[in-house]
Design a protein around this ligand. Structure first.
Ligand code: SD4
Length: 307
């Protein structure tokens, strides 16, 4: 298609991920390679407290990662509650390519990763540990909307001033061959219960790709997305003819309808791309942005929102 190649990622830090993905796409590479390369950028950034190294831990102090990859043929690989391996997205890809399964969790996912030659490392940075210890004083689980906007919405116990709090990355690409792929990777909600898994590694929730229709990914309070199979809903709406932004909007409305009035204390957002390369996003609250990179464009888009 004319629009290809292109890549779209959640949040402002998606621009750095897009740059890595673009490197692959521009050279004629595959969308799947592009989204993996992009997702690895925030995974290895210790300043990003919602993805990979430096992610905030669960309430017991363990950093546990969820990730997923999916391609235009519907091939899928995921890991959930993976510990001590920084590039969860790459482990997810190995699950897709080297096992008869689509999802490995916890200890089994770790053993698989180690067997594949991934290096074991401590993902709890001193900064994240400090935030967790401060949180322990109240130990109140209260997810904050738009934690990327760290000055407006500070994680309880977060170190004030200059900290960069980010969110899950969902990254979708359309390559020169017209193939779609997506990846999603996160350390999940800060200070979650041990064993909690969010939407990000679950096909149809945090990520969904249909090579003949489009792709979608989600960020925000994963439980909300899981309840409506969010990304699958978005892709099905695109299949029915909605533009990507409208499809994302209807999924957000479906979440909001579960409440007497649209909830203001939680954030949920979707991004989507259709197979023609049309891109859109929509959020429950103001403050969600997504990054788009094409041959002629490298921009951050402030998504429209319901409230
Ligand atoms: C989760 N959706 O684990 C992820 C976290 C996230 O903004 O996106 N935070 O629920």
């Amino acid at each position: 298609t004319d629009a290809a190649p292109l890549v779209v990622s959640t949040w402002a830090f998606g621009q750095a991920a897009n740059a890595a993905a673009w490197h692959v796409l521009e050279a004629g590479g595959a969308a799947l390679d592009a989204v993996e390369a992009g997702a690895r950028v925030p995974e290895s950034d210790p300043a990003n407290h919602s993805v990979g190294l430096g992610g905030y831990p669960d309430r017991d102090g363990h950093v546990t990662l969820d990730a997923c990859v999916m391609d235009h043929l519907g091939k899928l690989g995921s890991v959930a509650c993976l510990e001590e391996i920084v590039h969860a997205v790459s482990v997810a890809r190995r699950v897709m390519e080297k096992t008869p399964h689509v999802l490995l969790v916890g200890e089994g996912a770790l053993q698989f990763a180690l067997g594949e030659g991934f290096r074991r490392q401590d993902l709890l940075t001193p900064e994240a540990e400090q935030a967790w210890r401060a949180w322990l004083k109240t130990a109140e689980y209260r997810p904050q909307p738009n934690i990327e906007l760290s000055n407006r919405y500070r994680m309880p116990g977060a170190v004030p001033g200059g900290e960069r709090n980010h969110d899950t990355i969902g990254i979708l690409a359309l390559d020169r061959a017209g193939h779609l792929a997506g990846a999603c990777t996160t350390s999940g909600m800060a200070f979650k219960m041990r064993g909690r898994v969010g939407d990000s590694p679950i096909s149809g929730a945090g990520l969904f790709v249909d090579g003949e229709v489009g792709a979608a990914s989600a960020t925000g309070v994963g439980e909300e997305c899981l309840r409506i199979c969010g990304s699958h809903t978005v892709v099905e709406l695109v299949r029915q003819g909605r533009a990507p932004e409208q499809a994302c909007k209807e999924a957000i409305e479906r979440i909001a309808r579960r409440y007497p009035s649209p909830p203001r204390d939680l954030q949920m957002a979707f991004v989507a791309v259709d197979r023609h390369g049309r891109v859109g996003g929509y959020a429950l609250q103001p403050g969600f942005s997504y990054a788009v990179r094409t041959a002629v464009d490298d921009r951050l888009v402030e998504a429209p929102s319901l409230t």
